[in-house]
Design a binder for this molecule. Structure first.
Ligand code: ADP
Ligand code: MG
Length: 335
């Protein structure tokens, strides 16, 4: 535990650099993490040259499959894991040079829930506020509980709370020192869809009130629904980072499969501009952006090539497929 009284004092005294609000809530530059096992196991590179800027006020999604390095990144921000290279600034505070201010500027909801069953939510928040050195008159325990829909559970034993309530309690706990940045590591993994929607609502509300949100997830749907910007991370590398709409548009592609006769040995010249895949001697698969609307031209060119169309199928590329597609290249690389 850091020196918590100083920690809180630092949180309330804006650092000189932070007298005007930072444009970016989080800045990560060339971040590296190599885990070195004590035994014989080879070192594991969990993060490679990760650079990200998270604008103040946004909901930012870090999306990636299991093992991608999401928790490693979050835990470095939280001060739980030591980076092996690069720089991290939280609310303008470098985690190495202004550690206390940096730490005071984020609240982290870890992936694993650890809740003491013998405290009530009210007690738990008061305890956490104490750890951060928040003086009693500045505590907002009731307000935070009601913001997260837990006002009527303030004095219930936490062991009686549902999974969704516990998750919200963890968010409440991360908010006691009023951090401008809230970080949620896989907040809805293993949470059913209804509770997920509830939690999303709370997160949106916190964001409307000015909190910058960083969440990690391996659900594309979740990132798409909640986030303004999505970064995709795989095997420790950022492989995409775009405004959500742009990313989804990039993912907006369709597939047209044609069964043709006669059988082909190669793609006929008339069809080459469309770059189809000859999936089988009688099967051509075209991939295109919905917005390009080339189907009429493809069908005309197929007939011009002297082919008869025996069957036709179109398929909306589903986001999960594209996600795999985007991450596939990275899978092939060795670290
Ligand atoms: P994610 O949160 O995206 O699932 P993690 O950051 O937990 O990914 O893990 C990234 C990689 O680092 C994984 O290969 C994981 O096994 C490894 N890793 C995570 N924590 C440790 C640790 N404490 N020691 C060694 N390897 C670790
Ligand atoms: Mg994780």
């Amino acid at each position: 535990m850091p020196d918590t009284a100083t920690l809180h004092a630092a949180a309330r005294q804006p650092a000189p650099a932070a007298t005007s609000l930072p444009a970016n809530a989080v800045e990560i530059e060339h971040l590296e993490k190599t885990y070195r096992a004590a035994g014989k196991a080879a070192p594991l590179k969990a993060l490679s040259d990760v650079s990200l800027e998270i604008p103040r006020g946004c909901v930012f999604g870090l999306l990636g499959p299991n093992g991608a390095g999401k928790s490693t990144l979050i835990n470095i921000m939280a001060g739980l894991v030591t980076k092996t290279g690069g720089a991290v600034r939280l609310w303008g505070n470098d985690i190495d040079k202004a550690t206390r201010q940096a730490r005071a500027s984020i609240g982290v909801v870890p992936q694993e829930l650890n809740i003491d069953p013998f405290f009530t939510p009210y007690e738990m928040l008061e305890l956490q506020a104490g750890l951060y050195g928040v003086p009693p008159r500045e505590r907002r325990t009731e307000e935070i509980l009601s913001m997260l829909g837990l006002a009527d559970k303030a004095r219930a034993y936490t062991r009686t709370l549902s999974g969704g309530m516990r998750r919200r309690l963890m968010v409440a706990k991360a908010m006691v020192h009023n951090p401008p940045i809230l970080v949620l590591d896989e907040p809805t993994a293993g949470v059913d869809i209804e509770l997920r929607q509830q939690l999303w609502g709370r997160v949106r509300e916190l964001n409307r009130q000015g909190t910058t949100i960083l969440l990690t997830t391996h659900y594309l749907e979740e990132a798409e629904e909640l986030c303004d910007t999505i970064a995709i991370i795989n095997r420790g590398r950022v492989i995409a980072c775009d405004p959500t709409e742009q990313l989804v548009r990039r993912l907006d592609n369709k597939e047209l499969a044609l069964v043709v006769s006669p059988e082909l040995e190669a793609v006929p010249e008339a069809l080459q501009p469309f770059e189809p895949e000859l999936a089988a001697p009688n099967r051509l698969v075209f991939r295109y952006r919905t917005s390009d609307a080339p189907v009429g031209r493809i069908l005309a060119a197929t007939r011009d090539a002297g082919l008869e169309i025996q069957d036709l199928r179109t398929e909306e590329a589903d986001l999960e497929d594209i996600f795999l597609q985007l991450t596939r290249g990275a899978h092939d690389d060795e670290r």
